[in-house]
Design a protein around this ligand. Sequence first.
Ligand code: URA
Length: 434
Amino acid sequence: MRMVDIIAKKRDGGELTTEEIQFLVTGYTDGTIPDYQMSAWAMAVFFRGMTPRETGDLTMAMAGSGEQLDLSSLSGIKVDKHSTGGVGDKTTLVVAPLVAAAGIPVAKMSGRGLGYSGGTIDKLESFAGFAVERSREQFLQQVRDIGVSVIGQSGNLTPADKKLYALRDVTATVEAVPLIASSIMSKKIAAGADAILLDVKVGKGAFMKSIEEAEVLAKAMVDIGTQVGRKTVAVISDMNQPLGFAVGNALEVKEAIDTLAGKGPRDLTELALAIGSRMLVLGGLVEDEQSGRAKLEEIMASGKAVEKLAQMVEAQGGDKSDVYETSRLPKAVIIHELVASEDGYVAQIDAEAVGHASVVLGAGRLTKEMAIDLAVGMVLHKKRGDQVKAGDILMTIHANKEELLASALQELEGAIVISTKPPVDQPLIYKIIG
Ligand code: URA
């Protein structure tokens, strides 16, 4: 088989065989297929798509590209969670310790930033010394000891996705249903959880811009999960404006800690409770979401959720004081305020523009090799629907370089729209699938 023929077949709209998909995944993982050929193939998939059979084959080939974890030595039903990616989406930082504090073991493999959307692994590195690479034994032992571990694609877990994910990030090939579905589900399958909760984002700051597209992605992932015997549920949630107020790694970590303490923004708290309570149901801990929600609210108020995050930070090599004293997290030197030029209501906060601005500031990558700046980003002071007066602060921008601040301000031009009438309400959760 030759990669050039496989690229051409997909470019011309053909359906790849199981063997061809296995060939390209194996070849890319072992380095015999170079980045440039894989980029060309990913772009062909972007335009031509894949059939459900091809997507399933790609998922299984990527899941099998490295070792697959057997979590059966951990007691209880293990529940995993994954988001398709959004701006200000720090839900995992809240939900993983929260659900673990309730007694459901969480063994989770997360990703780095992708395109204009941030990644949990980058955010966790805001804790100095936090190790995202763990051996299989360390990972499992930590879940046994404290009930939660969140790691990157360490060692030999889904190496194919690790490479392809980084390549898609910088080749404009992120927004393709088969590539997103196989990327997420290969990690979930290899990480071995019994049940999977998927947060499928939709809107301006999501890779899926319409509810219809989000549903196609959600169904593709739920089908793959169900076929391999994992209980899989997808929540389709809004990503037209950033989630919460903070966007940028350390800024989001601080907001997640506030949320774990029950003092977070309304939308983030609501989403974390909606997702967390369903994870408790999937894990067999409670009968229904209402009881799950009540339990999680109690855990937040008791301080146990923050304590669980602190345990996780310590277990993975960080200093738990960073959780209790968030002023120790990375901080930017330039704070710039963006103010309203007129009275009215916030009608729109373009999440994609905010995401691009955060990347420009240095919170995300423009090339695979680029180092990110954990301190930079922005904090919204107003959300969609809020009333504002001319001169009110809409957003503070945290930057470390004047020239990057200037570029970010250009990205943000027109991102916040103020109108004379309040906008119509938008739901936070549109649909549940599975
Ligand atoms: N998250 C992933 O892990 N992969 C994607 O492709 C998108 C979001």
